[in-house]
Design a binder for this molecule. Structure first.
Ligand SMILES: NC(=O)c1ccc[n+]([C@@H]2O[C@H](COP(=O)([O-])OP(=O)(O)OC[C@H]3O[C@@H](n4cnc5c(N)ncnc54)[C@H](OP(=O)(O)O)[C@@H]3O)[C@@H](O)[C@H]2O)c1
Length: 250
């Protein structure tokens, strides 16, 4: 029997990267999985990969009607929901002078507002003892040039984990988050100004384990937090970064 047998999970951004790896791991552990994202072709690809216990719903986390539709469709297919992973995110890393109002709004709307309303719209459908795991970033704890808008949103997610944790715990709902370090997904490779050279230098200088994360590394931490193994943990942030934040070696 898997760690999530009989449970149903909803994962925003489940059609790529960390969300996709989480959907795969949850399916291996016996869960029904509902993935959500904008690109229908990637949703179809991942649902085909996951098999009959998966459902794809297309939409945008910035659109509250899309989020309502997500949870309605998920509950019509699988009943009550046990796990919510607000994971969808975008990284626009630009110097302050080049950050337009549209870029500012997009980053906050997807990374912060999207996470908040994903949780709000899930509430009518949640089982008692449901678990929510946000995906923040170690960037919330670092002063990094060009990261202001992204880290502001991710710091907000870290804080929201505590405040929503305290608000929802009386109903039996645990809220936690994971904060990945640099992870091998499209987000990394499509970030403005990123290159193999920057990655190589970062690994040598900043990451004691001497590699970047794979999506499965992050999925493993998410699985722990949603599972019964973490039934005494709420409001916590698990950093998954190869020791970058906590273990300087030079
Ligand atoms: N990769 C890293 O180094 C890293 C480090 C720390 C934290 N994170 C966080 O990890 C999470 C997952 O990122 P990733 O690395 O897996 O990136 P990714 O491979 O680019 O995946 C991002 C996912 O979010 C979805 N998404 C983006 N905007 C959306 C929107 N408006 N509405 C609905 N879905 C949307 C994308 O699907 P569609 O494009 O189809 O909508 C995609 O499935 C993000 O919150 C990110 O900030 C990543």
């Amino acid at each position: 029997m898997g760690k999530l047998t009989g449970k149903t999970a909803v994962i925003t951004g489940g059609n790529d990267g960390i969300g996709r790896a989480t959907a795969q791991l949850f399916t291996e552990e016996g869960a029904n999985v509902v993935i959500f994202g904008r690109r229908q072709n990637k949703i179809d690809e991942v649902v085909a990969e996951l098999g009959e216990n998966a459902l794809g719903v297309q939409g945008d986390v910035r659109n509250l009607a899309d989020l309502e539709n997500l949870f309605l469709k998920a509950s019509e297919r699988f009943g009550k929901i046990d796990i919510v992973i607000p994971n969808a995110g975008v990284a626009r890393l630009l110097p302050i002078e080049q950050t337009t109002e549209d870029i500012f709004n997009e980053s906050l709307d997807v990374n912060l507002k999207g996470g908040f309303f994903t949780v709000q719209k899930s509430l009518p459908y949640l089982n008692e003892t449901a678990a929510i795991v946000f995906v923040s970033s170690i960037a919330h704890a670092l002063g990094l040039p060009t990261h202001t808008i992204y880290t502001t949103a991710k710091a907000g997610i870290r804080v929201m984990t505590r405040t929503l944790g305290s608000e929802l715990l009386p109903r039996g709902i645990r809220v936690n988050c994971v904060s990945p370090g640099c992870t091998n997904t499209n987000m990394l490779w499509t970030t403005e100004g990123f290159s193999e050279k920057i990655l190589h230098d970062m690994i040598e200088r900043d990451i004691p384990i001497k590699r970047i994360g794979e999506p499965r590394d992050i999925a493993n931490a998410i699985l722990f937090l949603v599972s019964d193994d973490a039934s005494f943990i709420c409001g916590e942030d698990i950093i998954v970064d190869g020791g970058q934040i906590n273990c300087m070696t030079t």
